[in-house]
Design a protein around this ligand. Structure first.
Ligand code: C2G
Length: 130
């Protein structure tokens, strides 16, 4: 079984996220999604989420491509996760191009093109301008 892992906040879930998860799953047979916890988002990414971790987890778990959701609590956990879950491929959007190449010692690293014109920031901006 080929295992794939990806990481993200997935707040205000949108089709750009689903496109990423669909392509990630297509790289293997089992997709693990590590969702940033509220604390990690706030302390390390300076992101205040609209939906809590539990709500974002519920939403992502409902996506047909996703097999397992785990919490992302630190930048450093990726190495441990790849070992613990015997991951074959790490995948993330190309806005992170090159940032996780250190994982190449342990698994395949794939950066996928982001879906253009959609982002949580843009959604919030559009809603505020209505
Ligand atoms: N994404 C995408 N297209 C978009 C928006 C997002 O392909 N229009 C992808 C991102 O590249 C990422 C995933 O969807 O792979 C989740 O995006 P975010 O929730 O913004 O994740 P981010 O805050 O970048 O967190 O340790 C890694 C971080 O947790 C990644």
């Amino acid at each position: 079984m080929k295992k794939v892992i990806t990481y993200g906040t997935f707040d205000l879930l949108h089709y750009g996220h689903v496109n990423l998860l669909q392509r990630a799953k297509a790289l293997g047979d089992y997709l693990i999604v590590a969702i940033s916890t509220d604390e990690f988002n706030w302390n390390m990414k300076n992101k205040k989420c609209y939906f809590s971790y539990e709500e974002r987890k519920r939403l992502v778990e409902a996506i047909r491509y996703v097999d397992l959701v785990i919490p992302e609590e630190s930048w450093e956990q990726k190495v441990k996760d790849v070992d613990e879950f015997k991951v074959d491929t790490f995948v993330i959007g190309d806005d992170w191009e090159g940032k996780f190449d250190f994982l190449k010692e342990k698994c395949e690293v794939v950066y996928l093109p982001r879906t253009p014109e959609i982002s949580t920031t843009q959604i919030k901006k559009d809603l505020n301008s209505k």
